[in-house]
Design a protein around this ligand. Sequence first.
Ligand SMILES: [Zn+2]
Ligand SMILES: [Zn+2]
Length: 271
Amino acid sequence: MGFNKLLDMHTHTDNSPDGSAAIMYMCEVAQQKGLRAIAFTDHCEVDDYKQNKNVSKRIKQSYFESVKARSVYTGRLIVSSGVELGQPTYDIKTAEEIIAKYKFDIVLAAIHNLRGGEDFYFMDFSKQDIDKVMTQYFKEVLGVAKWDGFDSLVHLTYPIRYIKGKYDIDVDLKKYSDYTDEILKVLARNGKALEINTSGLRGALGDTMPTKDIVKRFKELGGERITIGSDAHKARDIGSGVEQTMEIAVDCGFNFITLYQNRVPIMIPIE
Ligand SMILES: [Zn+2]
Ligand SMILES: [Zn+2]
């Protein structure tokens, strides 16, 4: 299958604490790689926003740089200005203030940590009650899905990236299907997108987040919109796995992928 419409709706620039490349350079690489559109969605951990002045500074910087890049690349590359809101439901008022402050094209929502806890990335899962963590994680994601202030719910099943990818502990996600079904139903009902995050394909996890069976279930439960995101934190990962993931989307019954401009979903046929 030859795809000529590659979209990457989730990338990080040097305005994220763990990102490394400047927006202009990332646009150059995206264009070289033949992408049609790229969204810059730097990290904004909402539960840290008020305490950490650097977060608001970086989001402002990311936003204005992406707006500038959009005009420079007009006609060559569609640039979407976005943000990845971590834990928006832990401080909804702040989340809504951030969204109101900028004219984002796309708002991603994520859960990276439990309330008061550290990012799953830092957790020692050999010493954790994994069932408890996963249950709490899915409850929080359900809260985010119901909040409705975002466009795409990203990397559903994120803790698995470390539980399985780093600690090689198997988790039977079917155990949590009541939660995942409910999350997917709420997304479908509210017209939100489910992201298929490709970062696990190039890491130890070796799979997308969520996996294909959950994407398929989203379709069965009435989901219409999906976004695909590489979650690139460096230029060389831009667009990585996107083509392969479009095939997964087609296999799950999706004939469109979604691009966001001015928070409006634009359905791009997969062909
Ligand atoms: Zn994330
Ligand atoms: Zn991300």
